[in-house]
Write a protein that binds this ligand. Structure first.
Ligand SMILES: C[S@@+](CC[C@H](N)C(=O)[O-])C[C@H]1O[C@@H](n2cnc3c(N)ncnc32)[C@H](O)[C@@H]1O
Length: 198
């Protein structure tokens, strides 16, 4: 049960960011989904009660926590490769009291996506294509080959899912979107897109 003090963290993006240490807050504008975007995305993905929604590259957990708070009838999962970010996400979950969220430390390309119904993707593999100033840290081996490998893994995962599967992309180059997903929603000058597999 979330008390009003905990709900306060979801009243503005600045309130949500205030949960995190300064180094993480500084990365927010470039790397973490803003509160308003996360709400719209989660509401599109939360099609049915009980749906399991996966954030591919969940960072410090902003999308999952906003989703869990806004959509109490669904469960939000986030997989994240950087252990430090998982720790920030779990600390934020404890502080906000959102229970319908689970964070998984691991590499998305090794995850079995069978249990998950719908997917959120904030261009997580793009860090392989940008200059070092734009990266979260130096902990990852960056290369165009790794971008292609990750994007291909997500393409195959989404391709394997049944009709009715929903995907939200934010700032995506769309290399990961297979044929068969139709654009059903867009916002923010097409930066935010909602897709449904037919
Ligand atoms: C742009 S951030 C988005 C964070 C979060 N989804 C949000 O919207 O606030 C992308 C995240 O994806 C993670 N990531 C990139 N490739 C990954 C992979 N193969 N497996 C798991 N996490 C990955 C990065 O470490 C980074 O934290």
């Amino acid at each position: 049960m979330i008390d009003p003090e905990q709900a306060h963290y979801f009243s503005s993006n600045a309130d949500l960011d205030s949960i995190y240490p300064e180094r993480i807050r500084k990365l927010s504008k470039r790397h973490w989904t803003p509160l308003g975007v996360a709400k719209k995305a989660a509401q599109f993905l939360a099609a049915k009660p009980g749906d399991k929604i996966l954030d591919i590259g969940s960072g410090v957990g902003k999308f999952c926590l906003v989703g869990g708070f806004s959509c109490p009838d669904q469960h939000f999962y986030g997989i994240e490769q950087r252990r430090e970010l998982i720790e920030h996400a779990e600390a934020a979950q404890a502080l906000t009291g959102v229970e319908n969220v689970t964070f998984i430390h691991g590499d998305f390309t090794r995850l079995d996506v069978t249990p998950y119904n719908h997917f959120y993707f904030y261009n997580s593999f793009y860090e392989h294509l940008v200059e070092s100033d734009d990266r979260i840290d130096d902990e990852v081996d960056y290369s165009e080959g790794m971008y292609n490998f990750n994007a291909r893994a997500l393409y195959l995962a989404l391709d394997s899912k049944p009709a009715g599967t929903r995907v939200v992309t934010f700032h995506s180059l769309l290399d990961e979107m297979p044929q068969g997903y139709q654009l059903a929603y867009s916002s923010l000058g097409m930066l935010l897109k909602g897709w449904i597999k037919v």
